[in-house]
Design a protein around this ligand. Structure first.
Ligand code: G
Ligand code: G
Ligand code: MN
Ligand code: NA
Length: 251
């Protein structure tokens, strides 16, 4: 497979880049942080999204190298932002299953010199498919580092409320499939968002509504009291340089 071999060299050739999508407060729309999303600037194929190459990397040990690079780069970039902004990095189930993950995270934080609480790891429910003891121990080790933990794509996959009890999440990210059409009258998405926000508050977790694209969605979500929002209505993921330019110009 040609693309897999290319991907092996992509890191060394400097073809990978982290882009950043702003996460804003639902009420005041001020920027609270950024989600780091990987891009591959392929010399022939152009920009390739992670939806294409992350699954390929996950079929081999390549995901460990890509994951470590992503964490280090995101922390290094975040070191240049104002210190109250969070950087959120996606961690796939394969990365989570690697016992070196806490060491990798810790080294990325130290190398960049940022406070652990500024780094948030986005983890999906798929990590709970692994051995329960190993999974719980990984959560404990990550927690001990002082980083934040977010449950990504909540509500898709094999959702179980028992995961919320088992793992110490700081945040629930409400999957964008629940955001779509949430402003229409009498729709089940409104009820589901309301329930997730209420559950999160009761468990002292914050909520982010993902994939907000339209003004009516934005208004509905603010009304439903989700804490944070992200989506194309605010911005797509942009380069570190664009983040710096925006932050320096005061948005
Ligand atoms: O940006 P986009 O919507 O194309 O991302 C597609 C998928 O790739 C998302 O599920 C996202 O979580 C994942 N992804 C993006 N960047 C990274 C990364 O740095 N590491 C891992 N493990 N997954 C990522
Ligand atoms: O799985 P995860 O939630 O990490 O993936 C985030 C993905 O969602 C990114 O690939 C990003 O490009 C995409 N995304 C972010 N905002 C929007 C949006 O408003 N609409 C759509 N369709 N996708 C979005
Ligand atoms: Mn994510
Ligand atoms: Na998500």
């Amino acid at each position: 497979r040609e693309i897999e071999e290319d991907l092996r060299d992509a890191l060394a050739r400097g073809e990978l880049e982290m882009h950043y999508q702003p996460v804003v407060g639902s009420r005041d729309h001020t920027v609270r942080g950024f989600e780091a999303l990987m891009r591959w600037n392929h010399p022939e194929r152009g920009v390739i999204g992670p939806g294409v190459f992350i699954p390929i990397a996950e079929e081999s040990s390549l995901i460990a190298e890509l994951g470590e690079w992503a964490l280090r780069q995101a922390c290094r970039d975040a070191a240049e932002w104002p210190a109250d902004l969070t950087v959120s990095v996606n961690v796939s189930a394969q990365q989570f299953a690697n016992e070196d993950l806490p060491t990798v995270v810790s080294r990325a934080l130290t190398a960049a010199g940022i406070a652990p609480r500024r780094l948030e790891l986005e983890i999906t429910e798929s990590v709970f498919m692994g051995d329960a003891g190993t999974t719980d121990e990984m959560f404990r080790r990550l927690r001990r580092l002082g980083v934040k933990l977010a449950l990504d794509d909540f509500g898709t996959g094999y959702s179980s409320l028992s995961y919320l009890r088992r793992a110490p999440f700081d945040k629930i990210k409400i999957d964008q499939s629940f955001i779509r059409g949430c402003s229409e009258p009498d729709n089940s998405n409104t009820a589901i968002i309301t329930a997730i926000v209420s559950l999160a508050k009761a468990m002292k977790m914050t909520t982010t509504a993902e994939g907000v694209e339209a003004m009516d969605e934005l208004e509905t979500i603010a009304g439903l009291d989700a804490d944070l929002m992200q989506g194309f209505i605010f911005s797509r993921a942009v380069s570190h340089q664009d983040v710096m330019d925006k932050l320096e110009s005061g948005e």
